[in-house]
Design a protein around this ligand. Structure first.
Ligand code: SF4
Length: 288
């Protein structure tokens, strides 16, 4: 099973003025889009090109999850969502959808619809949560607090929909103690999966300016520091939650501040696994 990303042309309430303008201070969606993703193309064309793109690397893959990735993919009237999701689900070999969105872009009507789809297909909603520290969420201009995210994760789970969440470690003003606290909240939530990312400060974002003005407010991880942190976090994490990612990767040329350099994700994962073995430890070892 392979994920194929599509850009359905949605925007985000934190950019269009509904919640705020300018977006989250770290936001730069340019960096997250594979080349075949382009909202000028139909969903069908993007899936077709995405499958061709992945065919080189994953030759035996026969089934796909369509990943509605950039911006907020439930931020539209239900009728539009139905049209976009249905087009994706009718493509041959598609087994389901992964829908990235904000927790404040979901409501009962949309959950009911997704719940009906989930009876036939794999449907996962992936919420950008980033932190469970409200002070941090305010500082990065997320436009929602932790309580909104927690409530929507619970509701999504209660509707029988697979639910994931995305977190960033190293946000300004956060100590590692704050990050471990977020980890404890994650463990208490009915999450099926999480994606963890180290903060990467992208050139041209508002956060770049903030970093230049207040570098001491940032806990910048070196690769070794991050591996140590992520292992200690994993030891405390509820073992029933699947960790889909430990880091993100972006070419250093786009970045400012401390970063992990040109190391590929596969190599980071190999080092995390080696360190877990060396310490004779595992996910949930200290989960209570
Ligand atoms: S919610 Fe996502 S798309 Fe919207 S501003 Fe924040 S990071 Fe950007």
């Amino acid at each position: 099973m392979q994920k194929v990303s599509v850009d359905a042309g949605f925007t985000c309430p934190n950019r269009d003025g509904t919640k705020g303008t300018g977006g989250c201070t770290y936001c730069d969606n340019r960096g997250f889009n594979p080349s075949y993703c382009n909202p000028d193309k139909s969903i069908t064309q993007q899936i077709q090109e995405g499958i061709e793109f992945h065919a080189v690397r994953y030759r035996r893959t026969k089934r796909f999850l369509v990943y509605f990735q950039p911006f907020s993919n439930t931020y539209a009237p239900l009728e539009i969502l139905k049209e976009k999701y249905s087009e994706a689900l009718t493509y041959p070999g598609v087994a389901g959808l992964v829908i990235g969105t904000r927790p404040d872009c979901m409501d009962e009507e949309k959950l009911n619809y997704l719940s009906s789809l989930a009876k036939k297909w794999y449907i996962q909603v992936e919420y950008g949560v980033e932190s469970h520290n409200n002070k941090t969420l305010k500082r990065i201009n997320r436009g929602h607090n932790s309580e909104v995210a927690e409530e929507m994760i619970l509701k999504t789970h209660d509707h029988g929909i697979t639910v994931g969440a995305h977190y960033i470690f190293g946000l300004p003003g956060e100590s590692t103690v704050d990050m471990f606290r977020s980890g404890d909240v994650i463990s208490r939530l009915p999450l099926d999966s999480v994606k963890f990312h180290q903060l990467q400060i992208v050139n041209g974002t508002r956060m770049q300016k903030e970093f230049q003005d207040h570098p001491d407010d940032f806990h910048s991880f070196s690769l070794e520091d991050y591996i140590d942190f992520i292992i200690r976090l994993t030891e405390r994490l509820n073992p029933s939650i699947v960790i889909e990612r430990f880091t993100s990767e972006m070419p250093p040329v786009f970045l400012t501040g401390v970063n992990m350099g040109l190391i590929r994700y596969d190599e980071v994962l190999r080092r995390i696994e080696a360190e877990l073995e060396k310490r004779d430890t595992f996910q949930g070892k200290y989960y209570a």
